[in-house]
Structures are given as C-alpha cells and as structure tokens.
Design a protein around this ligand. Sequence first.
Ligand code: ADP
Ligand code: ZN
Length: 761
Amino acid sequence: MKQRRLFEPEPEPTPWEVVDRADQVCAQLVFNRPLETPFDYLIPEGLQPFVKPGMRVRVPFGRGDQAIVGYCVGVGRPSGGANRLKSVLELIDQAPILSPRMLELTRWIAARYLCGWGQVLEAVVPAGVKNQAGTRRTLLVSIDPARWPGAEPVELPAKQAAAVAVLQREGRPMGIEQLARLAHCGTGPINALRQRGLLKSSYERLDQGGAEVDEPLERQPDLQLNVEQQRVLHEILQTLRGGVFRPFLLHGVTGSGKTEVYIRAIREVVEYGRQAIVLVPEISLTPQTIRRFRSRFDSVAVLHSHQTDAERHRHWQQIASGQVQVVVGARSAVFAPTPHLGLIVIDEEHEHSFKQDTVPRYHAREVALERARSERVPLILGSATPTLESWQRAQQGDFTLLSLQRRAAGLRLPPVHLVDTREDPQFRGGAAIGRALRSAMQQALSAGGQVILFLNLRGFCPVLWCQACGAPVKCPHCDVSLTWHREQNEARCHSCEYTTEPPRHCPACGKPGVRYLGTGTQRLESEVRAKFPGVSCVRMDSDSMRKPGSHDIALESFRTGQTRILLGTQMISKGLDFPNVTLVGVIDADTVLHQPDLRSGERTFQLIAQVAGRTGRGQQGGRVLVQTACPEEPPIQFAARHDYLGFVQRELRLRRQMGYPPFESLIRVILRGPDEAVVNQAAQTLGNTLRTAIDSGGLAARILGPAPAPVTRLKNLFRYHLQLAAPQLETLQTLWRTSGAPCTLPAEIELAVDVDPINLR
Ligand code: ADP
Ligand code: ZN
C-alpha cells in the first residue's frame, strides 16, 4: 500500500463530484461581541494556506453583512448545521498576533468572567500591535481621478456616495477605518467601491514615533539578604528548580524587603534563559520602581498606559522575541507575550487596580494564577496587607504562605497614634489639621525631616450643600454631589467630570445660601501653606498631576528634599521609599470606613497600614498620626497596632457570618437605561427569572436584590443591580449561562456582568 506523505496535496475534485461540506475549510471566528461560541466562516481557496489561529480576518457579519474584524481561533471542517456559510473577505495579519497559549488563556477568561472570547482578545492585544503601529504599511484609499472627472459621478447607493463625498472633501488618501468613521458607514460600502474599481488603493507606512532608547543604568550589586529573606527565597528557589506551578502568598510588612526577594528569584529565572513578569499597581510604576529593576537586570521592558501605540508595539515585539528578561507593568502586563515564562510576581496584590472595571472585567491575580498553572511556573503574590481572599486560600493550603515579619536592615515599624477629632475644637472651626498633627509637623520639620499628608478626597470642598432645604447639590447627570474646585472656580462631578459654575442658588429649592463643606486636597494644600508659610509643599492628585511627567517631577523634588511636605490622595499612599520622611499624617481615616461596601473595614485597615509604611524607613525613625472620629473602630485599632493577623481573624469571622467573599462568590449584574421604571421592571423580571432557575435546578445559590445601585444615576442612565451569591462560583456561572436571563431584557437596557465584583457603587 502506498503511504501518503504528510503534506501531499489533496486530489482536485472532478467537476461532476458533489462538493461535500466535509471538504470545505472553515475558520472559527470570535468577535468583539458578547457571544458565547465561535462562528464558522468558509476560507476562500486562495487564502487557505495563510489563515491560521491567532490571526485576524474581515468578514461580513449580521443582517446587514457589515464587514467586521474577527479573530481566528481555529481552522477546520464546518462544525455542522445546514445553513449556508459566509466567507472570509480579507486576511488582516501576515503572522498570528496571538500564540496558542494566549488563545487558551483568553478563552479561559471569557468563560470565567462571562463575556465574549472576542471581547477578551480585543482588549488583550494592545492597539499598537493591532494596527502594527510604527511598522505596518497601511492601506489607504483615495479618489481615482480617472474615474471621477467631474461633479456628476455614477449613481451610487447612499453609503457609498457618502464615502466618496468625504474623500472629495478631504482631498487626500485615507485609511479605511477612518473613512468609515467620517462617512458614518461600515467598511462594507468602501470595500464595495474598491471592488468596483472606483477607488484607488495605496500603501503607506504609519508614523514610527516614540521609539525612545532606554539609557543604560549603572549596575547595582545584590544586597546581602537577612535571615528571614533567605528563608523565604530558599522556598521559592526550590519550587523554581522543580519547574512546577505553585502560588505563594508573601506576607511581608512594609519595608520588609519583599522586592529584594522578587529580584533574587527573578535572577534565578533569568539564568535559565527564561523571563519574569512583575505586576505592580499603575501608580507604583514610578521612576524609583523602574530604576530599581533596571539597575539589576540587563533588559527590562516597562509597560504602562501612558505609552504611545508605537512604543507598546515595540516592547511587545521585543518581549515576544525573547530579548527581554523582566517585564514590569500594570494589570495588562499579565498578557505580555514572553516566549519562556519562568515566574510571575504580583506586588501589592491587595490593590484594586488589578481588577479591570470594563469588559473583560478580569482580575490580574486570577489570570496570573491560570497562566502560571498552564505554563507550570510559580506565582508570588506579595503584600503587607493581603486581601482576605488570598489569605483564606493560604489558610486552606491553596497558596503557600511565606512571611517577612520584620523590616529589612533592622528598622522598626513606626508607632501609630490615633487622634480623636471629636475632642479638638480646631475641627469644628473647619480646620483639617488638628492641634496634635500641627505640632507633630512642626517638630518633624524643625528636626529636618519631611512630612507626608494623606487625604483621599480631591478638590477644594467635596460637598456643596443647601442650608435652606438641606439637600446636597448634585450633578444633573449623576446621583453624586458636586465638588468645588477653587483653582478653576467650578463645581465638578467626580463621576462624569461634568463641570459648571458653582451655583449661588440651590438647584432644588431656588434659595440662596449654598454652603461649601468638607476638605479636599486643594483646601488642605492652602491650609498647609497658611500654617507653614515658607515651607515648600507639593500636592499630588489626579487634578494636579494631569500633565505627563508631572508625577515624576513631584516625586523627584521630594526625594531630593527640595519639597518638605508632600500631600495627596491614594497616589502617595504606596510604594514610596523615602528615608527622610519622619511623619505621616492621615487627615481623615473615616472617609472609607463609612462607605456602604462589604470591604470598607478591609480598605480602612489597608489604607492606614500602607500609609504608615511610608515612614520609619531611615535611621531617624518616624511616626504616624491618624485623625479619626471613630478611634475605637476595630479596623483602625488593629491598624494602629500593626496587627494584620488580629484584623483578618476578626474580619474573616464577620465575612463568614454574612456569607460574603471569600466564603461565597458573587456576581454583580448591573442594568442601565434612560427610563427608571423600565430599568426597575427589567431588574425585577431578571431577578424572577434567576430565582425560578435556582428553584427548579435546586441550586445552592441566592439572589440579593434587585435594588437601585448605590449610585442610582450615572451619566444620565439609571442603574439597578442584583447580586448572585453562592459558595461555588461555578454554580453561579452555570446559573447565568443556562437561565436565559439576558434574553428577558428590553433592547434599551444595557447589561454589565461583573464576576467577583470589587467596585460595588
Ligand atoms: P518592601 O518591598 O517589602 O516594601 P523593599 O524591598 O522595598 O521592601 O525594601 C525596603 C528597604 O529596605 C529598601 O530601601 C531596600 O533597599 C532595603 N533592604 C531590603 N532588603 C535589605 C537587606 N537584606 N539589607 C539591607 N537593606 C535591605
Ligand atoms: Zn456626573
């Protein structure tokens, strides 16, 4: 018998043979839509050798056959069904932009977070990679003067005519996507024009832009690790050498030298010729952090959100080619295309910014876990204040707990003093800095130290309030009260950034006498300047740090001692390591405590512990003053004693009683729409459908709500939510997939499904 060679071409079908469906080659495509399953599209013969999983194609989609981009996730025979299949129109990529591994990971994300696989792919591939910024020759179309001599052209369908009109008006070649946008049509009509030969095509290189060269840094030697660090590193190295998946929770107090441990573990990984990914919160991607890694490794790529498309693309390619040893980046760096991953580190694993709050609503920790599992590498989650979710997993043995209980280099954690604001008349007079804090600041400054003041409210006055009717002055589009920003003299909504002149009359009752209450960072700044004239002070919040680079300039002037007082929001609460800071003041510890959120206690504890971590990092020591009206509240008490264990034990007990995470999983479903009654009705119907499904399936799950969301109106849309809770997340995922719940909704309702929600507003 003649053996067939592997790549021997199939015999051509003779003309009278019926072409069977089984002979056709299909691409399985997913789209940037909330769809669960891939779609089959026929691959035209000429394209068959080129289309591979991980590439993008253009295909007709939906009733109007609009040409849209699809991601190929598989190539094979049609999966069944008698309906006529549509064909691929165009192949976009020359090579796959996603590896098989990345396809698997993104499929896992779509299943876990209940969104479309294509939605995940769309979000995961950086824009610069998608449009090949800096490298690709892009297709441009223009009017063919030979075909369009005068004003009286061929009779065209309306959309094609609109596209031609835009090209005539602009008088230059344009990209297809841009033209479609300006002409308010899909890309279909434009392609139709090209096919009819009515437009001329040309190719042009996109702007290179932004290819800055990383200047080499002076190499720093490794530090001599202390005994605790050595013990922890030893455990990690054993796992690394074993080449197995294992998650570690590294609980180390602030300044205990966690980063040094990461660096040494990474060194081992690099020696094997593998790469490491280090995730840090976006606001910790400071020059200080970056310098620390770049002074210890030959090639470090930094990924952050301020990069241009071309920069991102360049880094992505360098990483994919294996040239990069260490990738340091925020949340999305978990997708960095390292060819030989050796280790993933997540620093400050408790940070909320690791959860994405748009589709796909993934948490980088969960994605990192899955990626580490599939690539069989260790994962290190580090924090001084681990989330209860991670702590509980360590208790159950899912994570290996490692701890660093002392600060490195023999330094002590700073003492934390609580100042009861109810006992100081200064506060009733409207001051934000009480007597105790003021004199502590004076002492610290006159001894040559520096001061950090923390307040998590921006603006000048966070509340505008009508004395006559008692109502807060709210944003006309949101259920959020306006904040007065004195610098621009405007009232601003911090949810939608609506701004208006500060109202003199109450919009609700029309009477004069709107009062400005409370203190935001702007007002704190002017109080500091008034109380400490001549002392240099810098404010860091999202208003003062708008310009790119301003963040670095502010921190640099603080590092060199030019600035003596640094005040600001979350931006300054973590990661900073300045030995000369001898005093940290928390202006109001209660702002978070009173939020209606199951994590308000945890957040308050974390906040105080993290802010306190900014001092006592030098030989002069340091201390912390926390102003609060609730000094007896347990999260504040535990934080003042640096007692994380005491705090988690109590908090876990409460969570267990309440059936909250980590003991139950949650899925939050938010419904949005312009008409409150319709939203409410839809939420009720959805709730009933889900309850019926729970009862008939005998599922161990419950539904909380529906109810108006805490912020009931946002950007002119009314918001209702409900929560699905169950001991097992799988129960909820199955419930949601099988209940048919989304089908009950009217078209005008937007739906957001948030698995493991963190933001409960
Ligand atoms: P963490 O990441 O836990 O906050 P870092 O790794 O930033 O801690 O270390 C805090 C400070 O202690 C840094 O200034 C670091 O250089 C220093 N440090 C860390 N380990 C050692 C060590 N073994 N000996 C001396 N100094 C150390
Ligand atoms: Zn608003």
